[in-house]
Each structure stands twice: as C-alpha cells, then as structure tokens.
Design a protein around this ligand. Sequence first.
Ligand code: FAD
Ligand code: SF4
Ligand code: SF4
Length: 446
Amino acid sequence: MGEIMEKILASAVEEKNEKEYDVLIIGGGIAGEEAALDLAEMGFKVLLVEKEPSIGGHMFLLSKVFPTLDCASCISTPRMAAVAHHPNITLMTYSEVKEIEKRGEGDFRVKILKKPRFVEESLCTGCAQCESACPVIVPKEYDFGLRGRKAAYIPFDTAVPKIAVIDIDHCIFCGQCEIACPVGAINFLQKPKIIKVKVGAIIIATGYKLFPIGRKKEYMFGKLANVITSMQMDRLLAPTRPYNAVLRPFDGKEPMNIAFVLCAGSRDRTVGNPLCSQVCCMYSIKQAQLLMGALPLADITIYYMDIRAFGKGFEEFYQQAKDMGVIFIKGRVAKIEPAENGDVVVYYEDIENGGRLKKAVHDLVVLSVGLLPNPDIAKAFKNVKLELDEYGWIKPKDENTNPVETSIPGVFAAGCIVGPKDIPDTVVEAAAAAAHVAAYLKEVRG
Ligand SMILES: Cc1cc2nc3c(=O)[nH]c(=O)nc-3n(C[C@H](O)[C@H](O)[C@H](O)COP(=O)(O)OP(=O)(O)OC[C@H]3O[C@@H](n4cnc5c(N)ncnc54)[C@H](O)[C@@H]3O)c2cc1C
Ligand code: SF4
Ligand code: SF4
C-alpha cells in the first residue's frame, strides 16, 4: 500500500451501529471459503472478511493441482460463486480486521476497516470500461508482475465480487474512468469506514505468503529476467495465464531447457527458514509434467535435495514424471549466474556422482519458492493472546489431537496459516474448524 492510501485510511470514521453474526472468518482462500460454506449450510450467519479486492486466495491462481492434474480455477470458481450467493454468508472484501476484543465465551467484538475502492459497489456492473479508458499501467499483482494492469481495474475476469477498484497510489487523476463509466460509479470522495461487529466465534484462514526469494542473493531473482518463481510458472501454465503460451520474460522466446531449483527459501538456515514447505516438490513435478505437454521438445531438469512424495498418489506422480523424461539431479544449487543471450548458468553439487561441483546452462530457471505464514492478524487481538510458534505459524492447542483450536477458546484456525499444506489437507482442516465452531457455539449458547 502506498503513501496516499495510508493517509486516506488514517481518516477512517467508525460507524455507530454494531452488526451481529455467528461466526467471523478471516481470509477468503480455499480454507476460508470451505469453512464459510460448511457453517452457512448448518444455518449459521457467517461474515467472511478478505483483505484483497476478490476472494479466491492462491488456489484460484494455480494452473492445475497435483497429483490429479484437475484445473484449479475450474474447482475454485464455482466455490467462490457459491460463497457470494449463499444467503447466510456476508462477504466483505478489500477489508481488514483491525481489532478483536473477547468479552466472554461466544462474545467477540471486532472492528473492521473497509478500504475505499473509489467505486460505488452498488452501482458498478463490472463492465471494465473504466479499465479500458485508464492510461496508467502498473505491474499486476495477480500475475506476479508478468503483465500489467491499469490504475482503474477489475482484479481478474471471474473476480468475486466483480467490482472495479481504483489504485489511488498510481492514479494520475485524469478523469478518463469517470467519463467512461456508463453508470456513474466512480467516486473519488469515497471514505474508509470502521465497521463494528459482534460475533460468537472466529476462524483464522489467512494462509501463506511466498518466501521473498530476493533474500537468497546467490539465486539472482529480480536481477536476471529468466530466473522466475514457481508461482509465476503456475501463472504461465494456467488457463487464465498472461500470455497464451509459455514464454521466457527476457525475449519472449519459447524456453527449451528449463531448470527447477527445489527448496528455494526452504530448509535453509542461511535465509532464516529451516522448515520444509511441503508442497514445492509436488508442485514442481506437476509444473514439469505440464511443461512436457506445453513444450514437448523442451528438456526439463529438477535439482533437488530429497523428493518428498508422502501423500496419496504422490510417489506414482513422481515416477510418472521420470517416465515422461524429466531429469532429476540430486544436489543443492549453490549459485546462479548470467550467461549469453539471457541464458542462465546453474552451479550445483552433483551428490550422486561424487559430490563434485558442476555447472549447466539453462534458458529458464524456476525457483520453487517456499511458504511463509500470514500472521499479522495476531496483532489485532487486544485482551487475549493468539499464540504463534517461533516461525509465525499459528500454534494449535494440541498439534496431535486438536490442530484447529488456537490458544484462545472460540478462535479456530484452518489451512496454511497453521502450517504449509496442500489443498486437500487445507479443505479437511477447514471442515474440522467449521465443526469445532458449531460445537463451541452449541456449548456456550446452551
Ligand atoms: C507455486 C505453488 C503451487 C501450488 N500448487 C499446488 C497444487 O498443485 N496442489 C495443491 O494441493 N496445493 C498447491 N499449492 C498449495 C496451495 O496454494 C495451498 O494449499 C492453498 O492455497 C492454501 O489455502 P489457504 O486458504 O490456506 O491459503 P491462501 O490461498 O493463502 O488464502 C488466504 C487468504 O487470506 C487472505 N488474507 C491474508 N491475510 C489476511 C488478513 N489479515 N485479513 C483478511 N484476509 C487475509 C489472503 O488474501 C488470501 O485470500 C501450491 C502452492 C504454491 C506456492
Ligand atoms: S483518473 Fe486515475 S484511475 Fe481514472 S482513468 Fe485516470 S489514471 Fe486511471
Ligand atoms: S466502475 Fe463503471 S466502468 Fe468501471 S467496471 Fe464499474 S460500471 Fe464499469
């Protein structure tokens, strides 16, 4: 968030009325969506708060999912629509929970900051005419900078809700969006609001953020155009992808010799993250298989320390990649350097051949980046403490027997905020958190 928006948010005015819901869910990724739908189906009134302009989280952005290779957005989109249309779910996007006070069991008082979109939600039809008219282009967050978006923009085609946003920090106030909007929805005078709610229970589903791989200087991310992250590769392979082909950023050429560097920012004390991110081995094998389909003549090499194929069908998925011709080299990549024509040299320790240091030239390198928690919400708790572990993941009441209850009775957690995990495990945890909320509310309400 830029300086202008920060100043605007500081002027937020508190609304007088307090609204009441049974459950507050914080985070609208697959964990939050699943928990919201489960609770809404049980008859509870749910408030789902998402900080971005659309729900969907990371799953919506993925290409396909391992090991079934089902289309990720085809699974996500109907769920996002179901959340938006369920009569028991109230959705607040572009909103942040600022304060949570526990007054007693089943009684939480919450303050939520509703950021201004500078677009009247009740008028906007999502026609995107403001976007077409806007002359300002900045990198698009949802495509991890692979292409641009306008300062007036719809987050993505199937955004929920499909309502435009004005990025006030980049707007040049030319007025073109106001002229283009057929329904007069643009409102530069829109103010931020603090909305007060009373809820009986809370589920935290704020998920993960990608490891900032620029911290691992030896991998030259941000310095070499043809060193990209695995999330950028998932975007390049997705049906909603930025270009209609897999192209390398340096010159738009189809890559023919692609390398994956596993454990980039995971299991690495030198960058402060000794943990395994659990999904990187499998999502890299998934991407390698998808690339074999998209670029049948390309060579694909995966540099790894160990392949952790622990889930159902994962070992077979790994074997399938080998059978398809993906090359697996056991060895940590020590450094990456530029070569000619935008190509990249990878220096690695070849463990299975005497541990010698070797080098190989590739025309595109994908860094399989790790996962870090999104724990900022812990700061919102005023009179009770949400316990986190030493790395910032939510610390469950009991790791073995009660992974979704937190240190605060009535506050539950689900998905990647509890620890890195894949989508099926996230969905199971969301269902468990919803069941625990139902039991808790029954107990405290009698
Ligand atoms: C490159 C890559 C590829 C992957 N591929 C696969 C795959 O093929 N198969 C698979 O099973 N898994 C895959 N995963 C893992 C998968 O992304 C996660 O399992 C899943 O997205 C976790 O969902 P979540 O809802 O817990 O978190 P998220 O998807 O991170 O959702 C969290 C949501 O909470 C919101 N939020 C965050 N903080 C706040 C706040 N303070 N207030 C309000 N809202 C907030 C976020 O904006 C987001 O919408 C992959 C991961 C990566 C990095
Ligand atoms: S006023 Fe701002 S958002 Fe609207 S068209 Fe101009 S630059 Fe884009
Ligand atoms: S603000 Fe106006 S022009 Fe932009 S999407 Fe909404 S209705 Fe269309």
